[in-house]
Write a protein that binds this ligand. Structure first.
Ligand SMILES: NC(=O)c1ccc[n+]([C@@H]2O[C@H](COP(=O)([O-])OP(=O)(O)OC[C@H]3O[C@@H](n4cnc5c(N)ncnc54)[C@H](OP(=O)(O)O)[C@@H]3O)[C@@H](O)[C@H]2O)c1
Length: 390
């Protein structure tokens, strides 16, 4: 039944950001059509979902009990012991796995090991063909006749861990561009202005979005004009999984010109600067005294920082998802470098005429976007789409 896997997915969300760069994972144990135990991966370096559930289980696992887990159980020792070990130890006989581990070196091995040990294991992801062709005999012969399949659910399972999947397969974080603009594609009535374009509903939505990401990135231009805090500010009741942890702030500032009194000059912020600007040692030291991490990367002929190197550094620091808040030069550069996975455009109901355009340096090669959703937020509209890759 899909509702069990959906519950496991809901539980997985409780680990959002506290498990990065690991994936969020949830699991449930089903007996006679009822969930009798549930858990999730809570913190990086601590027990995985299956280990948490089975380790705390009172009583024995019965032969018809089904363990349903959103991502393939690991079979390597890692920091907290292989999940396949505890599954075998506790005598689980039936397992339903949502999706396989995307790492080609480990993906499928956990499932194979359990099958070799005689367990019935169904992988929803590899049943995609069965979903498209329900007369397929695999499903008739499956010991999980109770478990209906859904193509959408498999997509949702992959979507839930898009950061982890991107981090593993592309060695960089998932990148989402967030742009707020007027109906005529502008961001301010005049260049260099701080201007509230969208309404409170959109801003609340942006804060909810921030809570989903490991890091938020802005350019020095935005810091100079807006002096943003870039924290998640929502009533506690509205955020269930993010606790008090804010995403890491990343500032692109080739010449290290961000004023020290800016809100973002605080513990943990990462400032990227150009390798050639080695002279500003005193400024660097003052930033580091505040707990800011200053990292050098290469620059291009325009003096802009190399985005691929920045994403490499963020991936190495364990960040699997990046929310690019702007401004326009930064959005243009990410688009020009083909380093965007998703775009969230907030459209405000006004025309700004001669104002600052939203993509001043976009080089214009066409990009195909797959529509995902739109939302009305007060008087604004949020439009979300994914970049189509070959
Ligand atoms: N509507 C919205 O959603 C939104 C969001 C954010 C900001 N804004 C607005 O945007 C305006 C500021 O935008 P902006 O375009 O002037 O500045 P920006 O995009 O915030 O920052 C651009 C600066 O970042 C540095 N940089 C370093 N590496 C870069 C790279 N690879 N690509 C691009 N820039 C790089 C450059 O300065 P250095 O060479 O000195 O490093 C560059 O001038 C403000 O008016 C702000 O209110 C609007």
């Amino acid at each position: 039944m899909l509702k069990y896997m959906r519950r496991a997915m809901e539980l997985a969300e409780n680990g959002r950001r506290s498990v990065s760069p690991n994936p969020v994972v949830g699991c449930v144990l089903v007996r006679d059509g009822k969930i009798i135990a549930e858990d999730w991966h809570r913190e990086y370096g601590k027990g995985h979902a299956e280990r948490n559930l089975l380790g705390a289980l009172e009583g024995e696992v019965l032969p018809d009990d089904v363990l349903m887990v959103t991502l393939e159980p690991c079979c390597h020792q890692g920091k907290s012991g292989a999940c396949t070990d505890i599954i075998l130890e506790k005598g689980v006989k039936k397992v339903v796995v949502g999706v396989l581990d995307p790492n080609p070196e480990v993906g499928g091995k956990g499932v194979s090991l359990l099958r070799e040990m005689g367990l019935d294991v169904m992988v929803m992801e590899s049943s995609k063909s069965t979903i498209q062709n329900p007369t397929n005999t695999d499903i008739k012969n499956s010991p999980f006749k109770f478990c209906s399949l859904s193509f959408e659910l498999v997509e949702e399972l992959i979507w839930q861990n898009r950061g982890f999947f991107t981090w593993v397969t592309k060695r960089r974080p998932w990148v989402t561009l967030k742009m707020a603009q007027s109906l005529d594609g502008r961001i301010t009535p005049e260049k260099g202005q701080s201007y509230w374009l969208t309404g409170p509903e959109s801003r609340e939505h942006v804060h909810k979005q921030r809570a989903q990401f490991d890091a938020i990135l802005v350019g020095v231009g935005t810091v100079m004009v807006d002096n943003p805090m870039l924290t998640v500010r929502l009533e506690k009741s509205k955020i269930q999984s993010t606790k008090s942890k804010n995403p890491r702030v990343v500032v692109l500032d080739a010449a290290l010109s961000v004023p020290l009194e800016s809100e973002v000059m605080r513990e943990g912020t990462m400032v990227f600067r150009g390798r050639q600007f080695k002279k500003r040692l005193a400024q660097k030291k003052l930033m580091e005294d505040r707990g800011v991490v200053v990292i050098e990367v290469d620059t291009d002929e325009d003096g802009y920082l190399n985005l691929r190197q920045i994403l490499d550094e963020l991936a190495a620091a364990g960040m699997t998802s990046l929310y690019v808040e702007g401004g326009p030069r930064i959005w243009s550069s990410f688009l020009n470098a083909d380093l965007v996975d998703e775009v969230n455009v907030y459209l405000a109901p006004e025309f700004l005429g001669n104002g600052e355009v939203s993509l001043p340096e976009f080089q214009g090669s066409s990009k195909k976007i797959q529509f995902k959703e739109w939302k009305q937020l007060g008087d604004d509209v949020m439009w979300r789409g994914l970049f189509v890759t070959d």
